[in-house]
Design a protein around this ligand. Structure first.
Ligand code: B12
Length: 450
């Protein structure tokens, strides 16, 4: 019996014992569609709640100036001299790794990562694939018919089906909280105005007031890639996720325009995809200060489309993640830059100007994280790879563990220790990655199927 099987059976015993005490037996699990979740729903052990569990201080929380994020102000946060030295070391290491032909850092590995980024580079804030208006859409008007008239429930169901078709792992809808939208980006103010169409001029980007809905979308990342982090093979995992987000938001936005409505596609630009994902019930905010989903753990990129198409909205969720993260701390322990919080409880105290005050979180020391990206020469996703929720197993055992964790937080510490003891999340060989014979896009799109 290998370690993995032992883990399954060993933990299975524990899981089944406590699983038995759960009121719901697996026979009674509500039936779901072939994606393992109802198009409008979540796995059965996920609770819908009225408000996200982490609080907002309404007096303080307001729109963020994206220039303060760590990409926008790294020089300021890290110091110019430190940064120059960091870049020098990064270049030296890159050369050394080529010379040694180090697996994960060879020409082919880096070429793969660069190529995986290619599609994502086609878009930016109101640019290319993320343009706010499309010249070549065939509107209902051009077709000589009136705009789409389904009710909000029908519209939401249809949008979710289309989003899945364009590559979303999960989809949720929320009323847009405008405070999640950046106040400024590319040096321009982002304003909401009572207009019909989105627009941009020298000073401002304008979102129509009527764009009240945010469609939050997650895209799976390949666990096999992310587990090779920090190498270029790991980085290809993020890059591919970004390129698939690009394809997804471009396609979904064009679909909505074809129905006769406004659609503003967005990936990393425009505002916090994480905050919107939490509101739309895609997951909970974890210790990584990122969203962790019940279905795919943290192994997702998130993006969004804003629209005026009236849609039925989803609720935030609770699957015991907050309690789990309080105990686990695995991401913080394994983070090579030591940038994540070890605090037992999340709080309102930010770590620096790179965080937006007024919302409760486990805030991270972001400049340390970005510095390590340069140090490693290929970015980093270790906090995602080691997360015990990063399982792609379809086995019933992992369902039981997740369900048990959602219902009995007292066992969270045990699950984390077992996960660690049995080697989940350990760095995988980037050299072997090329021989894995992975499915399309390196992800399993049938996950959750019985
Ligand atoms: C800039 C940025 C970074 C910076 C750090 C953020 C910063 N403060 O500068 C750096 C480069 C270090 C970074 C690192 C990583 N990032 Co990053 N990052 C972003 C980006 C582009 C902007 C975020 C931002 O402006 N933060 C500044 C302020 C708002 O931060 P904050 O106050 O601390 O708030 C954070 C959360 O609490 C949440 N949030 C903000 N407001 C509110 C309000 C409420 C109510 C709630 C609940 C949450 C919430 O969003 C913020 C995320 O940084 C987003 C894309 C996006 N538009 O969301 C991706 C994004 C957040 N990153 C992501 C990821 C995955 C990573 C990495 C794992 C690297 C990787 N492999 O991709 C690491 C993780 C580091 C860690 N755990 O700390 C993903 C997260 C996906 C997910 N599952 O949630 C995103 C969404 C990109 C994407 N398209 O998927 N990142």
């Amino acid at each position: 019996m290998n370690r993995r099987d032992f883990f399954k059976f060993g933990l299975g015993g524990t899981g089944l014992a406590v699983g038995g005490s759960l009121a719901t037996s697996f026979d009674k699990i509500p039936s779901s569609n072939s994606n393992g979740q109802n198009i409008h729903g979540q796995p059965w052990w996920v609770k819908k709640i009225e408000k996200p569990k982490l609080a907002i201080d309404d007096e303080v929380y307001s729109r963020f100036n994206s220039r303060n994020n760590v990409f926008g102000s790294f020089r300021r946060y890290y110091g110019i001299d430190n940064m120059k030295e960091l870049m020098r070391r990064s270049r030296e290491k890159t050369k050394k790794y080529y010379k040694e032909s180090r697996p994960g850092y060879r020409l082919e590995d880096r070429a793969l990562a660069d190529a995986a980024w290619v599609i994502s580079r086609l878009g930016g804030l109101n640019r290319g694939t993320r343009s706010w208006i499309s010249q070549n859409v065939t509107t209902p008007e051009k077709r000589g018919v009136s705009k789409y008239k389904g009710n909000p429930d029908e519209a939401a169901r249809m949008i979710k089906a289309a989003a899945r078709y364009f590559g979303a792992a999960t989809v949720g809808v929320t009323i847009l909280d405008r405070r999640h939208i950046n106040a400024k980006e590319r040096g321009k103010n982002i304003l909401f105005e009572p207009v019909d169409e989105p627009s941009e001029n020298e000073e401002k980007l304008v979102i129509p007031d009527k764009c009240k809905y945010a469609i939050s979308l997650s895209v799976q990342m390949s666990l096999e890639n992310i587990q090779c982090s920090p190498t270029a093979i790991g980085s290809a995992g993020s890059a591919m996720g970004y390129s698939r987000c690009e394809f997804l938001v471009a396609g979904l936005a064009q679909f909505i325009r074809g129905l006769g409505y406004v659609a503003i596609p967005s990936v990393n630009d425009l505002g916090s995809s994480v905050a919107i994902a939490v509101d739309a019930g895609l997951g909970e905010l974890g210790r990584t200060n990122r969203v962790i989903t019940p279905d795919f753990g943290p192994m997702v990129r998130v993006c969004k489309v804003l629209t005026d198409l009236p849609l039925a909205v989803d609720k935030p969720i609770d699957f015991g993640l907050l309690e789990f993260c309080k105990v686990c701390k695995r991401c913080a322990e394994e983070c090579p830059s030591n940038c994540l919080s070890f605090d037992d409880e999340p709080g309102f105290e930010v770590k620096g100007e790179w965080n937006n005050p007024g919302h409760e979180a486990w805030f991270e020391n972001a400049p340390k994280c970005l510095a390590y990206w340069r140090e490693s020469t290929s970015g980093c996703s270790i906090c995602l790879a080691v997360c015990p929720w990063s399982k792609k197993d379809k086995t019933i055992i992992h369902e039981i563990v997740k369900a048990t964790s959602a219902k009995i937080p007292a066992l969270d510490g045990l699950f984390t220790s077992m996960d660690e003891a049995f080697g989940y999340g350990r760095q995988k060989s980037a050299g072997k990655w090329w021989h894995l014979d992975l499915p399309e896009y390196g992800i399993d799109t049938t996950r959750g199927k019985g």
